[in-house]
Write a protein that binds this ligand. Sequence first.
Ligand SMILES: [Zn+2]
Length: 345
Amino acid sequence: MGQWIILCVGFCVLVVVVLPSVIIRGCNFDIYPPTEQLSSFDHTVKVFVVLQNEICDMPLEEYIKGVVAAEMPASFGIEALKAQAVAARTFTLKRMTANGGQGCSAHPGADICTDHQHCQAWISQDEFKKRIGYINYPTYARKIQDAIDSTKGLVATYQGYLIEAYYHAASGGATDNSEEIWSNPVPYLRGVSTEFESKEPDFRKEVSFTVDDLEKKLDISLKDKKFTTYKIAGKDVQVISEERMDKPIEILEVSKAGRVKLIRVGDKVFSGYALRTLLGLPSTKMTYRITGNKVYITTTGYGHGVGLSQYGANVMADSGKDFVEILKHYYQGIEVIDYKNVQAR
Ligand SMILES: [Zn+2]
């Protein structure tokens, strides 16, 4: 009998104390102060945290705080932070598998990942503290908390359905229609250009590559092959020589807002998106010049240029627009509604 009691106590310790600590190990972040959760569905987001290389379960609204903290400077206007919160919440809900979404295609089993180039950035509260400094932390943490709490449950919809709430850092003067950058036309992802975009910082950046470097990075040749036939000892001998192309680079197609859609570099044609990825460029809004052995590429704006511009949102907030006006500017024809009124897919 005594043995059974010891066994039962041992089992209970294992189940109640040891197992939960194993399950949450590694995902036990310094979590953001809680916000009352949405009640209409399972609001736990399965987040693949790249730094930890594992999937962590996070309550939706706490996860959104980490996204807003990572994605937008907390010094931005409160209405811009609110617009970011609604965009991030909509983007997340649209992807959640519990909600009929596709999840993160790079990390099976996860709804979303923290790789900003794949899904959306997220930082823990500790990282946020380190990033903005302990002195600024209380003010900015409260501001982010306000942005989330005052928009709790609000999402962007088109004809009653959640939208694909794409966003980027800065448009460089104008955003683009979705089909100009990707393949499919989305009715609410239309290019917009107003006084707000022109007041954004343009993020102008020039990068340079040597011809050799560019050839290696893109696996291309910037030289034309020239075949010359000589008669040597009565026989035809073909000699191949290479010389720089007359026009090594050529922009073939640009979007309405001036982003490169197709570009030929040497002997290959790239989409603007592919070139941006391969060369690590901030945007596809680019010009180039070639001087001597160097190719200079100048870009303006930051990010893909579709949907909400974060810096543009801040300009709008500064000029007195509220978060709904900001969202309706960048996502044309949408409504901002409570999540419980969204149409099931
Ligand atoms: Zn992802």
